[in-house]
Design a protein. Structure first.
Length: 310
């Protein structure tokens, strides 16, 4: 109550606190910030910002944190991510950088320094510990990858705390589910702010190019008679399959078989056509295997074929 009373007395209008352009200065970022602070001035407490990957939604979040602090509207702020790696990145590369004089900490349990200003935690940590905090502990909660936080049953966390709530997501607005919109106060399935890939491409993002590569087996499918004996034996023994069942179309293939020769052909195709860094190694790339086992086979084949490339 004392904190609320102090904020009511000392708080400045959000509209009187200008965003720091060294944090977020692109026109669309400033528009996103403006949408949120105008909503807060009207008493709105929940917001959803949709921005294409690479357009700086984390910087928008940092700018909003900065405005909340400079307007005396927030004593404690929580920044949520869905993975430890992203939590470390947000804290080390953004919170530390833009708020060097503010007290800050990463949260690993319910034991925290209550005098800190900015807290960074994973969704899982808060899901396991949120009831150990007081309802009014945080004044602002920002959830990165907001659609995942809802699916991870974080709705109970958001409902527990009496805090303003801002969700961030790169998922295109048309693919955000209704429950996410509702959780973040967007009843008509319209986000507070939306800056999608097509809007970003002309000035800020490079358009992606699709390279389609398939082996003959992937195009045409496979049957038991076409398999090498050792691979057929593996499927019969390890997978418990009947030879008559091994008759797959190309579209079914990688869901049911991770043949080394097929994987090596795909890796070879990738290495011959991928972008390279300045010393000739493959540029940053994401592989999407169909299973953990498939991913491990890709890793094994890659290490076997190109041990010097990573």
């Amino acid at each position: 109550l004392m904190r609320i009373r102090f904020q009511n007395v000392s708080a400045k209008s959000f509209l009187d606190v200008q965003p720091r352009e060294e944090i977020a200065g692109r026109p669309y970022q400033l528009e996103a910030i403006q949408r949120v602070i105008e909503g807060m001035e009207r008493g709105k407490r929940r917001f959803l910002i949709v921005q294409a990957t690479g357009t700086g939604k984390t910087r928008v979040a940092m700018s909003l944190i900065d405005i909340m602090i400079r307007s005396n509207r927030a004593q404690r702020i929580l920044f949520l991510t869905d993975r430890t790696e992203l939590n470390d990145q947000a804290f080390d590369e953004n919170i530390v950088k833009f708020f060097p004089s503010e007290s800050k900490q990463k949260v690993y349990s319910s034991t925290v320094d209550q005098d800190s200003r900015i807290y960074a935690a994973t969704l899982q940590t808060m899901k396991n510990n949120y009831q150990d905090f007081s309802v009014g502990f945080f004044d602002l909660i920002i959830s990165d990858e907001a659609h995942r936080s809802v699916y991870d049953k974080l709705g109970s966390v958001f409902e527990y705390f009496d805090a303003k709530l801002i969700g961030l997501t790169a998922t295109p607005a048309d693919y955000v589910d209704h429950y996410t919109y509702t959780t973040f106060g967007c009843e008509k399935n319209v986000p507070t702010f939306n800056f999608d890939y097509e809007q970003a491409v002309p000035k800020y993002l490079a358009r992606y190019a699709v390279w389609q590569a398939q082996t003959g087996i992937q195009r045409d499918g496979i049957d038991a008679n076409a398999l090498p004996p050792e691979e057929l034996q593996r499927l019969l023994v390890e997978e418990g399959l009947d030879p008559d069942d091994i008759d797959w179309t190309g579209s079914d293939l990688e869901r049911k078989i991770t043949n080394k020769n097929t994987i090596k052909a795909m890796i070879r195709e990738f290495m011959e056509n991928c972008y390279e860094d300045n010393i000739g190694r493959p540029a940053k790339t994401i592989f999407f295997p169909v299973s953990i086992a498939h991913g491990r086979r890709i890793e094994e084949c890659f290490n076997e074929m190109y041990p010097e490339s990573h």
